[in-house]
Structure formats: structure tokens, C-alpha cells
Design a binder for this molecule. Structure first.
Ligand SMILES: Nc1ncnc2c1ncn2[C@@H]1O[C@H](COP(=O)(O)OP(=O)(O)OP(=O)(O)O)[C@@H](O)[C@H]1O
Length: 311
């Protein structure tokens, strides 16, 4: 897999002395959608701003298509588009002028056919002559995307693309991002919404208190998250599990009253029916049984709340 963006050993300590990023290293692959998850203040925007050259790292190296984003700033920056969290456009300008002007800022020659193409792709063509102030919030967000795409970047950063956006617009946005991916753009987005990462991402990174604590392909993460648990509350405590139940995922509580069986739906496991059969054959009776399933949300919350970093 080709690496389009390589981040190594990035640290950022703000002037206030606050260490916002701690030794971040990450490679982004061609054509993937990478979701960076983290709570408020985790460091997501700081990282994106460093990559895009808006904030200076205290140490570390960022390379965009092999170009150092400090020493070869122009080349590196020309490959990157950024849709910032805050909507900032000149309200009195038209959509067309705003997007065209943005392209000019990167020193790219005029290309009306390309601008037309992205405005159509973003369903903004009908509004091309409208002043930005006359557009709805969702349309303004699309204008921000059009601006970010105006100089034909190969990597697009979307910082909280759907913050404060209603459900239907969020779905439209997802469609749009998938469409961009099909045109060969690599996409990195930050989000608070777990479902957004679940829906969109090929890989997920979790950032907590300035540290990148996990990077996983979504499918693998979902398998971890797909864990289920069966809990059996016994009538009588037992001192230890019978030999036939000494299996992976089966455990007994300290008071000998609860047997739990944790399994993941994808992998082979001996099955609930089998466990119940063994219990019956061992004359172990239970008065209650319940199953539970951890969600992506559970895992994420437990990851970001852990006091000490163990990963
Ligand atoms: N210019 C600055 N000076 C000092 N501290 C800053 C500065 N900018 C950001 N920070 C701090 O760095 C930390 C990371 O902020 P950042 O904006 O990167 O977080 P985030 O993960 O994007 O959060 P959110 O989801 O709320 O946007 C926060 O504690 C923030 O207060």
C-alpha cells in the first residue's frame, strides 16, 4: 500500500506550556478514508493544523508525497485541501468567485471546467451565482469543501464535517465523501460521532490527551467491538470451574456465583448451547442468565477514559 502522508514523532507544546501532542506517528495510505476519533481537546485539530502547515510542530516530521511540509512547504501544501471546523467564507461573494479565488491562492491556472465539475458534484451548481450569505448552513459547508478542492488536492482533511448538521444532511455528506474517495482523493476526517467513523472509515485512529492510542482497520476494530458476553447467575456458589469449562473466555467470579462467557461473534467459539449442556451434566444450576454486547461507543469511551495509557 502506498503512503501518501507520513507523520513521524510529532510533538506540540503550545506557548502556554501545554503539551497538546505527544510523539504522534502515523502513515496514511492512498485512497483510504481515515477517521481520527477523540474527545474535545484531544488534539485532533492541532494535528491537522500541523499537517496543513497552519500550526508549527515543536518537533517531528510530516511528509506529503515525500515532501517535507516545512522545508518543501509549497509542494507539500499544494497536495492538501482542508475543510476547517469553523465556517469561514466571505459572505458577500458569490459561490463561483469564492471557489475560483481559492484556486488562485494556490497559484493554479484558471480552470472553469474543473470548478464547474466540483460545484456540480457538490450540488452547488444552481447556486453558483448566489452570495454565500444567502445559502443554508449545509450549503455553506459544501462551499467550504468546494474551496478545499479548488486546487485539486490529492488529500482532503475534513475537521468535524458534520458537527451540528442534521441527520439527513449528515448522510448526504457521507455520500459526498464516498464519492470523493471514488475519484481517488484520500480523506482524513475528525469526528466525535462514532457512527460516522463506523459508517465511513477504512481505518480508525483514536487520540487521547495528545497521544495516538490506537490505529486499526475498522473491520478489525468492529470485530473487537463485536464481543458479546453471557452471564449466568448460579443458585449455589462453586469453588472452581469444572474441568470441561476451563475454556477460553469462560471465567468464574470471586464469590463463585457468576459464570461469564465472553465471545466474539465472528470467531469460532464453543457456543452458548454447549456451555449450558456442560453445566447441566455437572449438575450446576443457575437462576438467571443474560447476554450483553459491547458497542463501538463502549470501547471508545473506555479507551478514552482509561487513566493510564497501557497501549
Ligand atoms: N493556541 C493554543 N494555545 C494553547 N493551547 C491550545 C491552543 N490551541 C489548542 N490548545 C489546546 O490543545 C488541546 C488540543 O486542542 P485541539 O483543538 O487540537 O483539540 P480537538 O481534539 O480538535 O478538540 P475538539 O474536538 O474540541 O475540536 C486543547 O487542550 C486546547 O485547549
Amino acid at each position: 500500500m502506498k503512503t501518501v502522508l507520513s507523520i513521524s514523532g510529532i510533538n506540540k507544546t503550545y506557548q502556554s506550556g501545554f503539551a497538546a501532542l505527544k510523539d504522534i506517528s502515523l502513515d496514511i495510505h492512498t485512497g483510504e478514508i481515515f477517521a481520527l476519533l477523540g474527545q474535545n481537546g484531544a488534539g485532533k485539530t492541532t494535528l491537522i493544523n500541523i499537517i496543513c502547515g497552519i500550526v508549527k510542530a515543536s518537533s517531528g516530521v510530516v511528509k506529503v508525497f515525500g515532501k517535507d511540509n516545512v522545508h518543501e512547504y509549497r509542494e507539500a501544501r499544494s497536495e492538501v485541501g482542508l475543510v476547517p471546523q469553523e465556517l469561514s467564507t466571505d459572505s458577500f461573494e458569490t459561490v463561483w468567485n469564492t471557489v475560483t479565488f481559492s484556486r488562485g491562492l494556490f497559484g493554479k491556472p484558471k480552470n472553469p471546467a474543473y470548478i464547474e465539475q466540483i460545484l456540480k458534484q457538490l450540488s452547488l451548481w444552481e447556486k453558483r451565482n448566489n452570495k454565500i450569505m444567502t445559502l443554508s448552513g449545509g450549503m455553506k459547508r459544501r462551499v467550504m469543501i468546494a474551496k478545499a478542492l479548488s486546487h485539486e488536492p490529492k488529500i482532503l482533511f475534513l475537521d468535524e464535517p458534520t458537527a451540528g448538521v442534521d441527520v439527513s444532511l449528515r448522510k448526504d455528506m457521507w455520500e459526498l465523501v464516498r464519492g470523493l474517495q471514488k475519484t481517488g482523493v484520500t480523506i482524513i476526517l475528525t469526528t466525535h460521532y462514532i457512527e460516522e467513523a463506523e459508517e465511513m472509515a477504512d481505518r480508525i485512529g483514536v487520540i487521547r490527551q495528545g497521544k495516538l492510542i490506537l490505529v486499526e482497520p475498522k473491520v478489525e476494530l468492529m470485530q473487537q467491538l463485536g464481543k458479546k458476553q453471557l452471564t449466568l447467575q448460579l443458585h449455589q456458589p462453586i469453588s472452581q470451574l469444572p474441568q470441561s469449562l476451563l475454556l477460553d473466555g469462560v471465567s468464574l467470579s470471586g464469590d463463585g456465583l457468576l459464570i461469564t462467557y465472553t465471545y466474539d461473534s465472528q470467531s469460532k467459539n464453543i457456543g452458548i448451547a454447549k456451555i449450558l449442556e456442560i453445566l447441566a451434566s455437572e449438575n450446576i444450576t443457575f437462576k438467571d442468565l443474560h447476554t450483553s454486547q459491547s458497542s463501538l461507543e463502549d470501547i471508545f469511551v473506555s479507551l478514552v477514559n482509561e487513566k493510564e495509557l497501557t497501549v
